[in-house]
Design a protein around this ligand. Structure first.
Ligand code: SF4
Ligand code: FES
Length: 140
């Protein structure tokens, strides 16, 4: 089931969308005191400073993690005019920037500033990657 959860230290709120997570574990290895899959809740917003958490959230390759500052409720998204596209080794296509994504019927699919698009064909959440490339040992 798709989940959207929020975790706050009173200053910043981290937002996690389960359907966009590609299980790269960047967050867990980058800030283990905040992100720990063995704990509940798995995100501890008191485990690091606000700046450290914002910095780590911005490194999430799929857009599953985002944040907003509680003061002004501004979304913590990068202002980008250019779109950057990277192919992750043996994984998804990472698109970073403001884009309009449409399905085959021409309907707009809401996206984050960063999205990971499946290129292995096995995702159960197409067009987004759901980490299944690792399960099928996709190479490419
Ligand atoms: S995709 Fe983002 S939220 Fe999911 S494990 Fe990787 S860094 Fe963490
Ligand atoms: S590329 Fe990740 S599920 Fe297909």
């Amino acid at each position: 089931m798709d989940k959207k959860k929020e975790y706050s230290n009173g200053e910043v709120t981290i937002v996690w969308k389960s359907n966009l997570c590609i299980h790269s574990t960047n967050c867990i290895s980058g800030l283990p005191n905040v992100f720990d899959m063995n704990k509940r809740p798995w995100i501890n917003a008191d485990g690091a400073t606000t700046d450290e958490m914002i910095n780590q959230v911005n490194k999430c390759p799929s857009g599953a993690l985002s944040f907003y500052l509680n003061n002004n409720k501004q979304k913590g998204e990068q202002e980008m005019s250019d779109v950057k596209i990277d192919l992750m080794e043996n994984g998804p296509i990472l698109v970073n920037g403001k884009i309009e994504l449409k399905n085959s019927k021409g309907e707009v699919i809401p996206t984050e500033t960063t999205v990971a698009l499946c290129r292995c064909g096995s995702s159960k959440n197409k067009p987004f990657c759901d980490g299944s490339h690792a399960t099928i040992d996709f190479k490419g």
